[in-house]
Design a binder for this molecule. Structure first.
Ligand SMILES: [Ca+2]
Ligand SMILES: [Ca+2]
Length: 404
């Protein structure tokens, strides 16, 4: 055992560019070898195409459950079961043995057109005692739809949601079917952080830069959906008090790290998916600055990538991975992965592992490539294993466990 640990440490050091700065240039082989979509220059070395790393970790992929129709999110429950959402508007519990439960009663209707539907689900920080869950969905509204957040109490027989209440409605309502976001994450402050897309269309895109709406924003709210007094724009004329950060495009991945720092991974334009370290009140640039280009190939904002007062992404992908779901790994099952960020990739059909040191990404590895599935969500279970959800008409829940 001791030998195995020592060997693992050596491998980890060799894979770490910081530990081999002198020979980094010679040894650094980015995983991404395809031509980029644009010739835009990164703001700093390592902001894109960082060194590929390979973890010396033996694992197996076990199918826990099948037959989930376009599942969108999974939350491991404390007892080893799982709460899952399906895009069409169903929430189901997957039992510890993998049996798929009937759809829970009490879920409000969703607008499942396009990218809409039942999206993320999060457990109350005190779920063990209050059995309360929170979920986001594209809510059909008069004149269109928008992302809303509801909460409810899981009934004791686990067949229904009770005391269901919509606690937050992103504004404005819009008649579209794209860029709803969203992910929900409770912070160490027990506040609920939620991400919203900017609805994609040309007329909606500028809203990401305006504080009078929730499009292209991350909000921070109480469990009742109210804005805490210490939010950055409370009291500012014309600004919505729930806003925590702005200038986002479409965020389908967000997670807190072990230190309590929030990160997001957002769908960018063609060649511009990005990882951001989210700081209170900051502007993340969309669409005044961005990497990548329109999917038509046209430049965005004249190709501007940097501007004073606008945050740079910690990392970006060109070509894109189409990120969905993120998890900072903190478990004991895979010591070599502790502190790494895992991100699901829809378009590239893989699980991305990032080695992050401070505010720099120093290594990237792509896992599960041979499975050829779009990855929609990734979460860590109470057992320290990773759970992955595939985006498919016959979606599956996978367990990634050490190979014994
Ligand atoms: Ca979730
Ligand atoms: Ca940005």
């Amino acid at each position: 055992m001791a030998t195995r640990i020592a060997a693992g440490c050596i491998v980890a050091l060799l894979a770490c560019p910081a530990a081999q700065a002198a020979s980094a240039a010679a040894d650094c082989k980015p995983i991404e070898t395809r031509a980029p979509n644009t010739q835009l220059e990164p703001a700093f070395q390592g902001q894109t195409r960082t060194c590929g790393v390979k973890s010396d970790v033996a694992f197996e992929v076990i199918v826990v459950a099948s037959g989930l129709e376009q599942p969108w999110s999974v939350e491991p429950l404390p007892d080893g079961a799982f709460l899952t959402t399906e895009k069409a508007g169903r929430m189901r519990i997957v039992a510890t043995g993998g049996a798929l439960g009937e759809p829970l009663a009490g879920v409000p209707k969703v607008d499942a057109r396009g990218q809409g539907g039942l999206l993320d689900v999060a457990l109350s920080p005190s779920f063990a005692t209050d059995r309360t869950i929170y979920w986001s969905y594209s809510e059909p509204r008069e004149g269109g739809n928008a992302t809303s957040i509801a909460r409810g109490v899981l009934s004791s027989d686990r067949r229904a949601l009770e005391q269901v209440r919509v606690i937050f409605r992103a504004q404005p309502t819009y008649n579209g079917d794209k860029h709803f976001g969203s992910r929900l994450a409770f912070g160490p402050d027990s506040m609920l952080y939620a991400t919203f897309g900017e609805r994609s269309d040309a007329r909606m895109r500028p809203l990401a830069q305006k504080l009078d709406n929730h499009m292209g924003k991350i909000v921070r709210i109480t469990t009742d959906g109210r804005a805490p007094e210490d939010n950055p724009f409370v009291g500012e004329s014309g600004a919505l008090p729930e806003i925590w950060s702005l200038g986002h495009r479409n965020v389908e991945a967000a997670a807190f790290d072990a230190s309590g720092q929030l990160w997001d991974v957002e769908h960018g334009p063609q060649g511009g998916d990005e990882l951001n370290r989210i700081v209170k009140g900051k502007n993340y640039g969309w669409a005044l600055i961005t990497y990548g280009e329109e999917y038509s190939g046209q430049p965005i904002s004249g190709g501007a990538t940097q501007k004073a007062g606008l945050e740079q992404p910690v990392y970006y992908w060109d070509p894109v991975i189409a990120p969905s779901g993120a998890q900072w790994y903190t478990g004991d099952a895979f010591p070599a992965w502790r502190g790494n960020l895992f991100v699901g990739s829809l378009k590239q059909q893989r699980l991305v592992r990032l080695v992050v040191e401070g505010d720099r990404v120093t290594g990237e590895e792509h896992l599960l490539i041979d499975h050829g599935q779009r990855i929609r969500d990734v979460r860590q279970g109470p057992d320290g294993l990773l759970y992955v959800l595939t985006d498919d008409a016959n979606g599956q829940l996978w367990k990634i466990a050490p190979r014994s």
